[in-house]
Design a protein. Structure first.
Length: 195
């Protein structure tokens, strides 16, 4: 189990590392839509397919990100965290996921050995982390905090809308809302007695 210090630290990937498996994505229009009550069902269907494809290679599967928080406006993209024993052993999970239509898009050895696979239809991002990864723990904590703290849920929704203007890709959009995300993390870590 990671320490409090590992969980509360804001880690970034090595800026010299090129994470794009097939080159950077093209700029895309980012649209925030109202919460869709169908998102949990979409996640459940995707999760079921992933479990069936991977069997016991999938140690854990979690619905994370904004679509996992009832009432939160979001991009219409389901974010999923998949825990495997070792993300570096791509042969153990990537081929099976590719048969489901996922494409390995990001490989970040410097950031918790993170891998991200993208599904085009229905749109989903599958984030792969190893066992006891601090980032996966952070994702669940952030989701659970937003589910029970409407003031931060609203603050985050406002930050997302404010981050849309400006050119670039999703990475740029994420960078523009980072300060608010870190403020919320600070509050939730303090409330949990971790800081």
């Amino acid at each position: 189990m990671p320490s409090y210090e590992q969980i509360t630290r804001h880690d970034d990937s090595n800026p010299a590392e090129n994470p794009w498996v097939n080159g950077p994505p093209l700029p895309e229009t980012i649209t925030i839509v109202p919460y869709d009550p169908g998102w949990p069902r979409r996640y459940a269907a995707l999760s079921s397919q992933i479990r069936a494809a991977l069997g016991d290679v999938a140690l854990d599967i979690e619905h994370i990100g904004s679509t996992s928080v009832e009432g939160l406006a979001a991009k219409d993209v389901i974010d999923i965290d998949l825990t495997v024993a070792d993300p570096r052993e791509e042969q153990r999970y990537v081929p099976a996921l590719e048969r489901l239509g996922y494409v390995l898009t990001i490989r970040e050895p410097s950031w918790h050995e993170h891998r991200c696979l993208r599904l085009t239809e229905p749109r989903a991002n599958l984030h792969v982390f190893g066992r006891d990864c601090p980032e996966a723990i952070r994702h669940r904590m952030f989701r659970d905090w937003l589910r029970t703290h409407p003031e931060d849920r609203a603050r985050y929704a406002d930050a997302k809308r404010a981050a849309i203007p400006g050119a670039g890709n999703v990475v740029d959009y994420n960078a523009r809302k980072q300060d608010v995300i870190r403020e919320i993390y600070d509050r939730l870590f303090r409330a949990a007695g971790m800081l």
